[in-house]
Write a protein that binds this ligand. Sequence first.
Ligand code: BGC
Length: 762
Amino acid sequence: MGYNTGKLGFRGLSAALSMALAMGAAAEECQEFVDNLLSQMTIDEKIGQLTLPAAGDISTGTSRKTFVDQQVADGKIGGILNIRGAEKIRSIQEVAVEKSRLHIPLLIGMDVIHGYRTGFPIPLAQSCTWDIPAIEEAAAIAAKEASACGISWTFSPMVDISRDPRWGRQAEGAGEDPYLGSEVARAMVRGFQGDLSKDTQVLACLKHFALYGAAEAGRDYNTVDMSRQQMYNVYFPPYKAAVEEGVGSVMSSFNIVDGLHATANPWLLTEVLRNQWSFDGFVVTDYASINEMSTHGLGSDYDNSIAALKAGTDMDMISEGFARNLKKGVENGDIPEALIDSAVSRILTAKYRLGLFQNPYKYNNTEREKTDLYLPEARKAAKDMAAKSFVLLKNENSLLPLKAEGKILLTGPLADSGANLPGTWAGDVLLDQTKSVLESMREYVGNKCEILYAKGSNICDDPHVEWGMTVGGREMRDSRSAQEMLNEALEKAQSADVIVACLGEGGEGSGEGSSRADLTLPDAQQRLLEALVATGKPIVLLNFSGRATVLSHEDEVLPAIMNVWFGGSEAADAITEVVFGDICPSGKLTVSMPRSVGQIPVYYNHLMTGRPKIPYDAPYRPYSSNYLDIPNSPLYPFGYGLSYTNFDYSDFEISDTELKDNGVITASINVKNTGNRDADEIVQLYIRDVIRSIAPPVMELKGFQRLSLKAGESRRVSFDITPEMLKFYNYDLEFVAEPGQFDIMIGGSSDKTLKQSFEYKQ
Ligand code: BGC
């Protein structure tokens, strides 16, 4: 079917458009095109472009409202989310293009968060690879697959800094650090959007703007209250980085900022986003945010819709608040129609950038849907990334890697549960086809050794608790009694040489709406582990989690622990190859793992107190900033992660002890792989501003390099340090570097670094 644009004659324009696009799509031409189209729209059609309803193909929110084709034909809809399949999407796109008066194509949105059909590790795990090119490639593969299925717009990247693992959405971001978070944000924008004229790229959506990761008490959707200094120095950088990288859209967050809903906060959406950062894309609300503003106690549906538009929101996801109220707002004189025009213009511009006016069926190539999904190269990239994301937390007496010999007992609720491995927001990964760790290990060892299996326990005992017990609608509970399951595991443990326990959260135990107050292993699994420990057999814990969890007890009683997160559709093979030593683990934590929930928030780049912790003898109170019952430090710090080899850092030198304006200091260090296997190491550069006008953090990540070193190989690694890297937002929110002493720290973990100092002189 051809693309007939009726009176506007887009067909004629389309030749001119393609030339313009080929020549670099001049902004002016786009503007002219958009202005021309806008000038022919009725107010209802304009508001239609600002309206984003869902299809019911998947559900990502509580509202069940869906659109009907007639609304599309009437030009009352600008895009649709949660609709699946190139063919189906094509037919609704046809309604928009053929039947609506102005033939404007729809945006088709979906949460393509960590892969589409090929499941990559959850974003938190991806960040633990510190492998920026691989993260970019993962986004590009996700874009290629999603676009083959009709999707033109992904609600990703989620770049919210999170220092609170009670918040289940820690799974969806890059952890606690603004610098690493910014690098990841940029990589994902590049990977998704690349060259938007291609049909293999999609529009990205930066979310959730802003500060969503700082929800009080780690409870999802909760209030945020924070100083401007903390916003600009810690929470804003990844959003800003994604904007600089050219992200095409931004999603406002669900939370309150300064007493206003983020969706109707003019300071955030207009002053910061547009005026300070020059964002030129469009802003969409999160799911039903405008409706929810009334529940926050923030006025009527009418007031909230007007306030959201005025603040800088362009598109209303689900609420239909714009559809109900904006026309009235113009009639009442509460908003000028020009404000609606600006919003419409931004959305039409995005459609233009995507090439949808030129070819509205660009993403409906049903051939590609058959040929471009779950390809061997995509699966390999996903497996490699999963293997790089695992963080080896403890490995006493080199228990890992295991030899494929004797009898190995594989146990735990995550051992034979492929559907759990893709984790939250699993996209269109075929959960039933995802290999389990048991299947993978048995395949790998063949008849070299015996893998015994006993489930051992359910994820938790409580029959009412949903998390991890149903995955993608699949029932994961074992109907046997807890005791029967435990007995089976213990009996099999008797004849095993080593036990591999696959314990943790379950794929949907983290993610949206999945906050937890207790981050230790659920009771059922703790009982299993205790009973296994009592057998005296060596135990390897593979901890599955979508966040930092509390493993203090496990650290005391177990010789080996590896955090394997949720590694995607290829996770099982990656786990097998790391456990048996074909691949050496190299992931490093991007979130601090607390000793206890009571320490939260615990993060590496904290400020000093006036009374730093001092050693003391209980029971005397030292009146210093510490707990009476546990250390201040996390159990495993940011940047930490072991390998099957060791790395030695030495000969740390800096090229000068003074840094002048426009100058550079080079910091260099020897890194040696002192073991007998080839491996990767992540070398981390931290800087501390010793004294400055607002209290400085004890250290801040400013650079990193991922190295591959052969057994015995040494390499000199260097980092250039410039005044730009010393800048921070001061009390008046000016981005400045202040003269004085700075420490440079380099090492393989934030708690294990070598130090040099220099003075910065302006
Ligand atoms: C989530 C967003 C998501 C949206 C659309 C919301 O509930 O907070 O992250 O993009 O739903 O599915």
